[in-house]
Design a protein around this ligand. Structure first.
Ligand code: FES
Ligand code: FES
Length: 157
């Protein structure tokens, strides 16, 4: 079966990519487009390390077919913060010491970003719920939740 051409906008930049029907969005973003901030942890939709926002919806991109992203607007960790410096969520993670090995952190930041744009002043419970799909083997989560609370304050929520 020949590859199929899809068009997608990633962090504001348009791309045309020929994809195999079984490729995931994560594969396209990392291996074809070359944005390697999003991580593959489980590859089965269970850990959240590959989180991206697609057409305004938080998705686990390892199980999101690239073909389904045809025409989509995609935000990855590289689209949060950037050349101008750290996004307040990233700054808050640094200040709270919420990062250890770092592997889960891009997904955590994307999920927190998705939460705060919908709910600028979440409670601790709301943060725990919003990040429930993001697994971390290092931090014990408390500092991550504190970082999201701090980010909400920094962003004036
Ligand atoms: S790598 Fe996608 S959810 Fe774990
Ligand atoms: S900081 Fe290591 S998995 Fe989260």
């Amino acid at each position: 079966m020949p590859k199929q051409l899809i068009r997608l906008v990633v962090n504001g930049e348009g791309h045309e990519v020929a994809v195999e029907p079984w490729w995931s969005l994560l594969h396209v973003v990392r291996e074809v487009i070359g944005l390697t901030g999003s991580k593959e942890g489980c590859g089965t939709g269970d850990c959240g390390a590959c989180s991206m926002i697609v057409n305004g919806r938080l998705v686990t991109s390892c199980i999101f077919l690239a073909l389904e992203a045809d025409g989509a607007q995609v935000t990855t960790i590289e689209g949060i913060g950037g050349d101008k410096g750290l996004h307040p969520i990233q700054q808050a993670f640094v200040e709270e010491g919420a990062v250890q090995c770092g592997y889960c952190i891009p997904g955590m930041i994307v999920a927190a970003y998705d939460l705060l744009r919908q709910n600028p002043r979440p409670t601790l419970e709301e943060i725990r719920y919003a990040l429930a799909g993001n697994l971390c083997r290092c931090t014990g989560y408390t500092k991550i939740y504190q970082a999201v609370l701090r980010a909400a304050e920094m962003m004036g929520g």
